[in-house]
Structures are given as C-alpha cells and as structure tokens.
Design a protein around this ligand. Structure first.
Ligand code: ZN
Length: 239
C-alpha cells in the first residue's frame, strides 16, 4: 500500500513532475537535456490526458502530438517525418518518444472507470479499451474506415493474445502495443545518422485526488533505440 492507495502493479506511479524528472535524470547521462530534446507524445484523445501535455511543455517544451485512441501513435509515417524533421539540429539532436495508455481509478479502488466531477456517473476510462473489451467476441465488427483507430487498436491487442480479463490488464496490454508501435514506426524512418532516440511507454492513472493534479504515471517499458534495436532503461525484464 502506498500513499495514493494505487493498486498493483501501479503502486510506484509518480506525479507528472516527478515522472518527467525521472525520465530526464535517466537520459541525462546519454546526452539528453531540455534544450536538445524534442518530445514526441502519444496519449489518448480523452480530455483526461490533456493536462499532461502541459506538464511536458513546462519541462521539455511543446511536444509533437501523435496520439490516437487509447494512446496508440496514429499519424503514420507522415507524422514521423514531420516530427523527426523538427528535432533540434544544433549538433546531434535527441528525440524522446513518450507513449501512455491510461486508466481511471475510483474511490473504492476499482480501475477502468472514472468519475469526472462534471458528470453524474462514472464513465469507462479508457473508453476505447472498454469498447474493445466489450466487443471482443463479437463477429467481425466491421468498423467503418472513419473508425480506423479503433480497428487498429482491436487488431494489435488481439495479436498480443486473448481477451484481457479486465480494464487494468487491457491497459497493460495497450502500453505494450504502444511501445511496439513507437519502436517500429520510428525505426522505419532510419533517423540514426541525425539523432539519438529514446522511447518510453507507460500508464497514466487518473485518481480521485483531482483531475490532472491527481494523475500518476508509471513507466512500463522502453529505453534507447538505435539501428540495433531497443536497449532497455525502463520496465522490468519480462514484465
Ligand atoms: Zn482513452
């Protein structure tokens, strides 16, 4: 049990400022600093994730936004070409890609929904993961082209295994999907001659302590990325 009463495996999640400081401290020995680093941010479209963008701005400057439903990077190669072309180029630039799934925590300690103070009832959070879990066994849902983000989310979660038993488990799977997509999409751009790249995935937890102010963040995977692949700095082996 911790001061925020976060259920495992979220127990060591940190407030935004401390989480970002942790990332900066881990990357500082590798030459990343506030002036040479562009953040590529991939968080869910949910309004509950948006205050974190302001925290990233305060710490590293404004981030390039990649996030689609559930936090999956959704802009494709065009977004990455643009983003990578904006990395500071006075010397060897640094790209820090941060991708977060998110989950609501209720007053009773249950996860997967959140009571927004401006609403009468709680709502599934992340809502996109709720849709995927709720229709997991349906015959091909045939999402229309306009719903392509949900279609990709469903397909990539299914590719990692069977239906997660609950929203928290689905959130962990989504964080893994996000990490895999960040690694493969950035690697496809072959930016190694121009910049150093770090990738981190994790989970944003919305707590009853307050919208935005109560958010806690946990890194679940990631590290330095180069032509040889990912060199882990975050996450536990096999976890
Ligand atoms: Zn969401």
């Amino acid at each position: 049990v911790n001061s925020d009463n976060l259920p495992e495996p979220l127990g060591s999640a940190l407030p935004a400022e401390e989480f970002l400081q942790d990332l900066a401290s881990t990357l500082e020995p590798h030459g990343f600093d506030d002036d040479n680093t562009l953040v590529a941010l991939s968080t869910c479209r949910d309004e509950m994730t948006q205050r974190f963008t302001q925290e990233v701005d305060r710490r590293f400057g404004p981030p390039f936004s990649h996030g689609g439903l559930a936090g999956l990077p959704s802009g494709g190669s065009t977004a990455w070409v643009a983003c990578l072309s904006h990395v500071p180029d006075d010397g060897r630039g640094k790209l820090l890609a941060v991708g977060l799934a998110h989950v609501g925590l209720e007053a009773d300690g249950s996860t997967g929904s959140y009571h927004r103070p401006w609403m009468r009832d709680s709502a599934p959070t992340c809502g996109a993961l709720g849709v995927v879990l709720g229709s997991w066994d349906d015959p091909d849902p045939q999402e229309p082209v306009s719903d392509h983000e949900l279609h990709v989310l469903r397909a990539e979660m299914a590719a990692l295994g069977g239906r997660p038993p609950d929203m928290l488990a689905a959130t962990m799977v989504a964080a893994d999907v996000i990490l895999g997509r960040l690694v493969s999409q950035i690697s496809a751009q072959d930016p190694w001659d121009r910049m150093d790249v770090a990738v981190v995935s994790g989970i944003q937890v919305h707590t009853m302590a307050g919208v935005g102010s109560g958010d806690r963040f946990l890194a679940t995977g990631g590290g330095l990325l180069d032509a040889d692949g990912l060199h882990p700095l975050w996450g536990t082996p096999g976890g």
